[in-house]
Design a protein around this ligand. Structure first.
Ligand SMILES: C[S@@+](CC[C@H](N)C(=O)[O-])C[C@H]1O[C@@H](n2cnc3c(N)ncnc32)[C@H](O)[C@@H]1O
Length: 256
């Protein structure tokens, strides 16, 4: 019975040119418990470009279930790589700052690897509420949620620190070019990095110096459109699984 429904759903998804009909038709039927009017409603929302992750209410990041709603960006597959970069560089006693935590996905994946204190920081209180729910369902006891603008909060700057940041990094003029599903549904405040796109990272680098953070290592997620800013300062840039310039390596001693 459900097989037939899955096939019908797949056909309907093909009609609206949904990019991966095979992959999600079963998920839709399972989620709606085979209820045809519910399936119809979901198909309508998908045809209006609403992301499946928001309709279903969750996604997975590094295998961990992460609740999402319109207050947070849907974690991207390439962002999982930032966790691997961080994992390879850490040793000894340190604290971790996840700046621009959103759903909390990076902090949660890191907390499954390290027992160290992890500060999950976001300027947006609504995003932090989602992160709170996610840290609870994933049972992450070492994550402290912090509502702050970048590093504007009280911390011990003597403790060796690892900084991971996935801040808004798209130049404002590029927002218009994004897919409708992103523009219509995802929080623009999580994407718009200002006129040049590098403004928040520039501010963060200044704060790291000014606050004498005992930085051991850091990595920032970026868009290739802003890589020039970091290359000019001799930072190492790494590519993601799609071959795009995506990660900046922040060494212990910052370039001048
Ligand atoms: C690109 S999203 C990343 C979310 C999540 N880390 C991920 O990888 O899916 C950027 C996040 O940075 C937050 N943010 C924007 N400006 C900030 C600031 N000045 N200080 C702290 N967080 C900020 C946004 O609210 C948003 O949740």
């Amino acid at each position: 019975m459900n097989e037939l429904l899955i096939l019908e759903t797949q056909r309907e998804l093909e009609k609206i040119n949904y990019p991966t009909p095979l992959a999600i038709s079963k998920e839709i039927v399972d989620f709606s418990k085979g209820n045809k009017s519910k399936i119809k409603e979901i198909l309508k929302r998908l045809s209006d470009e609403e992301p499946w992750e928001y309709i279903r209410g969750y996604t997975y990041f590094k295998g961990y279930k992460i609740f999402v709603n319109k207050d947070v960006l849907i974690p991207r597959i390439e962002t999982e790589e930032i966790v691997d970069i961080a994992k390879n560089y850490i040793e000894g006693n340190f604290q971790i700052f996840d700046i621009g935590t959103g759903s909390g996905c990076i902090a949660i994946a890191l907390s499954k690897i390290f027992n160290n204190d992890i500060f999950a920081i976001d300027i947006d209180k609504k995003a932090l509420e989602v992160a709170r729910k996610n840290t609870e369902i994933n049972n992450c006891k070492n994550i402290k949620l912090v509502n702050a603008n970048l590093l504007d909060f009280q911390f011990d700057n003597k403790i060796p620190t690892l900084i991971i940041a996935n801040l808004p990094y798209l130049p404002t003029k590029n927002i218009e070019k994004l897919q409708d599903s992103v523009k219509k549904y995802e929080p623009i405040s999580a994407l718009d990095g200002g006129e040049k796109g590098s403004e928040l990272y520039a501010k963060l680098l200044k704060q790291i110096k000014r606050k004498n953070v005992n930085l051991k290592f850091g990595t920032f997620e970026i868009d290739s459109s802003i890589s020039k800013y970091f290359k000019e300062k001799n930072f190492e840039i790494r590519r993601d699984c799609f071959g795009r310039e995506r990660f900046v390596i922040i060494p212990q001693v910052l370039p001048k």
